[in-house]
Ligand binder design. Structure first.
Ligand code: CMC
Length: 446
């Protein structure tokens, strides 16, 4: 028997029997057996390379389009149990953080692994707050966009442009440089987002107010008009802060995988996080909140919900804001968001689309199609209703997702960089194209 690791590594004992944490694979093409170690319920794909028919064989690979069952990294940041509907940042349940923490404290937790002490939090807040201003030239850069440019496009480009303003960011293995870029990225996200929004309205940009909280200052930069000092409504400020906590990280999703993949080439964090923001923009990811609201508007009335659900079941369209690769239970963030929605509606008046959303959820949760596929509301189903009631246009919804996700992206990026097992991301392929053939001159092609 060929062994992919020394047998000593493959053996563990428990109290009742000798248990071998290994997987034995028999290759029926050759009749050979291989013993492969199991660690954390996982085998290493590279161990499969030992499985070969003969010496010329490249060795076996695993095929997993869209990473349905492949762990790409070891992480200690965020934990999700999709069957039970559990989400934890660094071990802390999302429900407790949403109730007791603030976004800036949660961002510190994600990035540093522990909740900050009083003085650590004061210092962290000071640094992030004092990096909220953006270079005046960035304003000129934003001015170049059309008035109807999607703010997400402006945000993606501006984050990438920061790379040209801070060339020191390329020193990615210098911890002091990484710290500085982290302050810059988290501090400047609300400013870039708010300036993009003001540009679409043709309104003057509002500079950051360092006396306000992180979400309070964001509301100031978005909505201040002629008042000398903007005072954010405390209910909206708190609601936005909780929404930021809920969106801060979500383990190896499409955009986290993007920042890890792009960052693995050792590009600076501005370029890597611009790529992650672009990944988030897609309608199957962070763009789903915008699409969910457009869908509710398209449905138009509670009476038309059954007809729409029929179309979903016929495969003509998707129920946006429903379903998740990992959650096969109610998304714990959606539960908290539903509660916040009512708090915001009490203040701003009920969003007329709420009844349509509730009816979609009611029908879907009782319908065989959704039950069988374990499709539940996700984080994006109710957020759009809240954002709309708070006065945000639909195009800003994905931007509101991107602002807090920056802390998760930076945490994922740094973990990848410091992991000695990680290298430049480079998957394999199964090539099924043509074998070698000779070039045909153009006049001889049919
Ligand atoms: N509406 C109707 N059917 C759906 C939906 C939906 N929203 N989502 C999945 N399905 C069906 C799908 O058609 C498939 O059915 P069948 O087995 O008959 O082919 C089955 O459920 C499995 O779907 P999948 O596309 O293989 O699942 P996935 O894990 O690849 O996709 C998803 C996950 C989130 C992309 C998908 O559920 C979806 O498109 N949802 C709508 C978009 C959305 O709300 N995205 C936000 C995700 S949460 C925020 C974030 O973290 O990005």
């Amino acid at each position: 028997m060929d062994s992919a690791i020394p047998t000593t590594q493959a053996k563990t004992t428990d109290s009742t029997s000798t248990r071998r944490d290994t997987l034995t694979i028999t290759d029926n093409r050759s009749g050979k057996s291989y013993e492969i170690p199991i660690t954390h319920d996982t085998i290493r794909a590279s161990d499969l390379r030992k499985v070969r028919v003969d010496e010329t064989d490249f060795g076996m690979m695993s095929y997993d389009p869209a990473f349905n069952n492949t762990a790409s990294c070891i992480s200690r940041i965020t934990y999700i149990d999709g069957d039970k509907g559990i989400l934890r940042y660094r071990g802390y349940p999302i429900e407790e953080l949403a109730e007791k923490s603030t976004y800036l404290e949660t961002a510190y937790l994600l990035l540093h692994g522990e909740l900050p002490t009083e003085s650590q939090l004061t210092e962290w807040r000071h640094h992030v707050t004092h990096h909220t201003f953006i270079h005046e030239s960035i304003k000129k850069f934003l001015d170049g966009f059309h008035y109807d440019a999607h703010p997400m496009g402006m945000v993606i480009s501006t984050i990438a442009a920061l790379s040209t303003f801070y060339p020191d960011a390329k020193h990615i293995f210098d911890p002091e440089s990484r710290k500085k870029q982290t302050y810059r990225l988290i501090g400047k996200m609300p400013t870039i987002a708010a300036f993009s929004y003001r540009h679409t309205l043709g309104m003057p940009y509002v500079y950051p107010d360092n006396e306000l909280s992180y979400p309070g200052n964001f509301l100031n930069m978005l909505f201040r008009t002629s008042e000398t000092r903007y005072r954010p409504n405390p209910i909206l400020e708190k609601a936005l802060d909780v929404l930021f906590i809920l969106h801060a990280d979500h383990e190896q999703n499409c955009s986290a995988n993007t920042i890890r993949g792009v960052g693995s080439s050792h590009v600076d964090p501005f370029c890597a996080s611009a790529a992650a923001t672009a990944a988030l923009y897609g309608p199957l990811h962070g763009g789903a909140n915008e699409e969910a609201l457009r869908m509710l508007m398209e449905i138009g009335s509670v009476q038309k919900v059954p007809e729409f659900i029929k179309r979903v079941k016929a495969g003509e369209t998707r129920l946006m804001g429903f379903g998740h690769r990992i959650y096969k239970n109610y998304d714990p963030r959606a539960r908290i968001i539903k509660r916040i929605a009512y708090e915001v509606f009490d203040l701003m008046g009920k969003n007329p689309l709420l009844e349509i959303a509730l009816e979609c959820e009611r029908i879907a949760l009782e319908d065989e199609y959704f039950i069988k596929r374990k499709l539940y509301p996700n984080v994006d189903f109710y957020t759009g209703l809240i954002y709309q009631s708070m006065g945000f246009p639909m195009t800003m919804f994905p931007v509101l997702f991107a602002i807090p996700r920056m802390s998760g992206w930076v945490a994922q990026w740094e973990e990848m960089l410091l992991d000695p097992e990680q290298k430049i991301a480079r998957p394999r392929q199964i090539y099924l194209g043509h074998d070698t053939r000779s070039y045909t001159a153009i006049d001889q092609r049919s």
